[in-house]
Design a protein around this ligand. Structure first.
Ligand code: URA
Length: 185
């Protein structure tokens, strides 16, 4: 997502001098902007309404309510913002009964891809057939791993960074997303 607001907010989040409070606020804002992008192309229908002027067939979302799945722990940091934009979404953790609804799996950092691939394996076992993956930052290695394991799952991210380091951190990245959002370091 190359929108200027997303990129500007991400830069402040990457800065090591940004406080936990500001990081959390920006995470909430950026997750709304990413939610806007990941839901682009949802099926639509129309419904008959009355404006004060006349009746009209107005566009509305079609189909089942979608499900949001958080990959713990850092995934929880994205949930609040996404839910502000999609307040009627079902919220779950892996284990929910999923059937044919659209599932958006959220995890801020797509690094090695191991946990995301495993979570999506579990979502598919739970019956999900229509999955999108939302993250804040991705490493090329993680994108590759996801594309190999789950080529049917589109990835929406604010940036694809340069690489992983030997500890599995994204470079330049923003550090440990969980520590930064929960203030644990
Ligand atoms: N998880 C993080 O929080 N940060 C990284 O850089 C990689 C994985």
């Amino acid at each position: 997502v190359d929108h200027p607001l997303v990129q500007h907010k991400l830069t402040i989040m990457r800065d090591k001098d940004t406080s936990t409070a500001v990081f959390r606020q920006l995470l909430r804002e950026i997750s709304q902007l990413l939610a806007y992008e990941v839901t682009r192309g949802l099926p639509m229908t129309t419904k008959r309404i009355d404006t004060p002027m006349q009746p009209m067939d107005a566009p509305t979302l079609d189909g089942k309510k979608l499900a949001l799945i958080s990959i713990l722990r850092a995934g929880n940091g994205l949930m609040d913002g996404v839910l502000e934009l999609i307040p009627s979404a079902r919220v779950g953790f892996v284990g929910l009964y999923l059937d044919d609804r659209l599932v958006i799996a959220v995890d801020p950092m797509l690094a090695t891809g191991n946990s995301s691939v495993a979570a999506i394996d579990m979502l598919k076992k739970a019956g999900a057939t229509n999955i999108r993956f939302l993250c804040l930052l991705a490493a090329p290695e993680g994108v590759e791993r996801m594309k190999e394991a789950h080529p049917d799952v589109p990835i929406v991210t604010a940036a694809v960074d340069e690489k992983l380091n030997e500890l599995g951190y994204i470079i330049p990245g923003l550090g440990d997303a969980g520590d930064r959002m929960f203030g644990t370091k």
